[in-house]
Design a protein around this ligand. Structure first.
Ligand code: VGL
Ligand code: ZN
Length: 186
């Protein structure tokens, strides 16, 4: 059983430059995440891709511009995101199909068997934050891939505060490079 899992959070067109809820430099997470995805597949980790997957009408859009509506281009994964070669090696987790603000990938039914979860993606101050906090509550060890996430920053500093909160709650904050250089398995 794999002891590590990689979660790529919501790397979708609407959260990237040009999208309806664009995160500044959101597409910059694709490079480091692609390296991690390849590394995770080589090392037999569980790999999850979450996606915001909203119906055309939801109470969620009272708070946010319309984004990531099911089966629209904005909800598609960024075109440069490289999925594992073997489709058996990953799972897509859809969330946000109701009226609740499902910011956590656990709300979409993700349930890794691994004990250590590595997380990157969009956005640091919402889906990444909620997923990491929930994972810590559930008893997972969590490493946040610092250079592989970006924040909405509705209020300047939200992303930094989210990272501080995740650290405070017990997450390790590490650059992708450091994780790729870790040789120990498990
Ligand atoms: C997200 C705002 C609204 C996210 C989703 O994926 O971080 N943020 N819906
Ligand atoms: Zn959303």
């Amino acid at each position: 059983m794999a002891k590590k899992a990689l979660l790529v959070v919501d790397v979708q067109n609407d959260f990237c430059p040009g999208g309806s809820l664009a995160v500044t430099d959101g597409d910059q997470v694709v490079g480091p995440l692609n390296r991690l995805i390849a590394f995770a597949e080589e090392n037999g980790w569980e790999i999850y891709f979450s996606r915001d997957w909203h119906p055309a009408e939801t109470k969620h859009f009272e708070k946010w511009p319309v984004h990531c509506v099911q089966n629209t281009p904005g909800a598609e994964f960024h075109p440069n995101l490289q999925f594992p070669n073997d489709p058996q090696n990953f799972r897509v987790i859809s969330k946000g199909m109701g009226d609740a603000d499902d910011y956590s990938a656990f709300d979409g039914g993700m349930s890794p068997q691994a004990e250590h979860l590595y997380v990157g993606g969009l956005a640091t101050d919402y889906c990444v934050l909620w997923t990491v906090n929930r994972a810590l509550e559930l008893g997972y060890k969590v490493t946040l891939l610092q250079d592989a996430c970006r924040a909405v920053d509705l209020t300047p500093g939200d992303g930094e505060r989210a990272i501080a909160q995740m650290r405070q709650n017990g997450a390790r904050i590490a650059p992708t490079e450091e994780v790729l250089n870790e040789t120990e398995k498990g």
